[in-house]
Design a binder for this molecule. Structure first.
Ligand SMILES: Nc1nc2c(c(=O)[nH]1)N[C@H]1C(S)=C(S)[C@@H](COP(=O)(O)O)O[C@H]1N2
Ligand SMILES: [Mo]
Length: 330
C-alpha cells in the first residue's frame, strides 16, 4: 500500500517534470536574446530531476511490469516511455556540452526533439490506459519535504553541469560555432540569384542591387542563434528596414512583410524596424548564395528563423505581428 502510493507520487512528479521540460523547451526556442531568464537552466534542472528519480521509478516499474494483471499494452507503453525519456534527456545533455553533434546521420538535436515528441505521444497514450490522478493525501508533509530535496538535488546537479560540462551554451541552449552553417527552416533550397536580374520590391518601388547598395549602410555585430542548437557571432553590413522604407517613401502598416524568393516570409512589427536589418555583407564579404545572397534579414535578438534569406519583397502590411505562426509553417 505504501509502495503503491509512492509509485503514484513518483509518476505524478515525473509527469510534471516532463510537462515543465516541454514548456521550457518550446519557450527557449522562441524567445530571443533580450531575455532575462536562463530558461535552459530550468529545462536542464527538470531533466536532471528526472534522472535523479530514475532509481525510484525503476523500483516501482519493476514491480508494475511483474504484475500479471496489468495488460501488455500498458507495459509496452511504460517501456517505450522510459526509452524515449532517457534518450531525450541523454541527447540533450550531450548536446549542451558542445562536444558532440552527430550520432550516425542524425544530429543530437534531431534525436532530442524526435524522442521528446515520441515521449509526449506515448505519455498521452499511457495516461489513457493507466491514468494517475493526484489525491489530496499526496501532498503530505513528508512528500513535500522529499520534493524539496529533489529540487535541491536538481539545482546542485544543474549548477555542476553548467560549471563543468555545458560551459559554452547560451541561455537558449545553443552551442557556439565559429562559422555560420547554411541552414533552412524546412526545405528551402539554396537560391543562386543572378545579381544583374535581382529586384527588390518595396511598396510599389523596385530596387536593383546597386540601389540597395546605395542605401545608408552600417557595420555591426549580431548573433545568429538557430533552433537546431548552434549560434555564431558575425559582423554584418547592411541597412535598417526603417531606412529601406524611408528611401522610397513607404510607411509601414501595423507590420512589414518580408518575403524571400522562395516564398518564406515573416512579419516585423512597425515599431521594430530600426532594429531589423537588410544586410548584403558578412565578415566584410558579400553574402554567399547559401547565406542569402544578395540580401537577407539580420534581426538581432530574434531566433534564426526570423532571418529571412534571399529577400525579394518588403511590403507594408495590416497584419499585427502577433498574428503569424509562432514558428514558420513552411
Ligand atoms: N528563405 C529562407 N530564409 C531562411 C530560412 C529558410 O528556410 N528559408 N531558414 C532560417 C533559419 S531557420 C535560420 S537558422 C537561418 C540560417 O541562416 P544561415 O544559413 O545563413 O546560417 O536562416 C533563416 N532564413
Ligand atoms: Mo534555424
Amino acid at each position: 500500500m505504501r509502495l503503491r502510493q509512492g509509485g503514484r507520487r513518483v509518476d505524478l512528479v515525473l509527469g510534471l517534470l516532463l510537462l515543465a521540460g516541454v514548456l521550457t523547451g518550446i519557450a527557449a526556442n522562441t524567445v530571443g536574446v533580450g531575455w532575462p531568464l536562463d530558461l535552459i537552466q530550468i529545462y536542464a534542472a527538470a531533466a536532471l530531476a528526472i534522472l535523479l528519480l530514475t532509481p525510484w521509478k525503476f523500483v516501482v516499474a519493476r514491480r508494475g511490469l511483474g504484475k500479471k494483471r496489468r495488460p501488455w499494452p500498458v507495459k509496452g507503453l511504460s517501456l517505450g516511455l522510459a526509452f524515449f525519456v532517457l534518450v531525450a534527456v541523454g541527447s540533450g545533455l550531450l548536446h549542451s556540452t558542445g562536444r558532440a553533434e552527430f550520432v550516425g546521420p542524425l544530429t543530437l538535436m534531431q534525436i532530442h526533439v524526435g524522442s521528446a515528441v515520441g515521449a509526449v505521444v506515448v505519455l498521452v497514450a499511457h495516461f489513457l490506459f493507466h491514468a494517475v490522478r493526484p489525491r489530496r493525501g499526496d501532498a503530505d508533509r513528508r512528500a513535500l519535504l522529499r520534493l524539496a530535496v529533489l529540487g535541491g538535488g536538481a539545482a546542485v546537479a544543474t549548477a555542476a553541469w553548467d560549471t563543468w560540462a555545458a560551459t559554452n551554451r547560451r541561455f537558449t541552449g545553443s552551442v557556439p560555432k565559429a562559422e555560420l552553417e547554411v541552414t533552412s527552416w524546412f526545405n528551402d533550397g539554396i537560391q543562386e540569384v543572378d545579381p544583374t536580374a535581382y529586384r527588390l520590391g518595396v511598396g510599389k518601388a523596385e530596387l536593383d542591387l546597386d540601389a540597395v547598395l546605395a542605401l545608408p549602410r552600417e557595420t555591426f555585430e549580431a548573433v545568429l542563434d538557430c533552433t537546431s542548437g548552434w549560434y555564431s557571432r558575425q559582423q554584418w553590413h547592411g541597412v535598417r528596414l526603417s531606412a529601406v522604407l524611408a528611401s522610397v517613401g513607404v510607411t509601414p502598416g501595423r507590420s512589414v512583410e518580408v518575403r524571400s524568393r522562395t516564398g518564406y516570409a515573416r512579419w516585423f512589427g512597425a515599431d521594430t524596424l530600426d532594429d531589423v536589418w537588410l544586410v548584403t555583407h558578412v565578415g566584410g564579404f558579400p553574402l554567399s548564395y547559401g547565406h542569402g545572397f544578395p540580401a537577407r534579414i539580420v534581426a538581432p535578438g530574434r531566433r534564426g528563423f526570423w532571418w529571412v534569406k534571399w529577400v525579394t519583397s518588403i511590403q507594408p502590411s495590416d497584419r499585427p505581428p502577433w498574428a503569424q505562426s509562432f514558428f514558420p509553417l513552411s
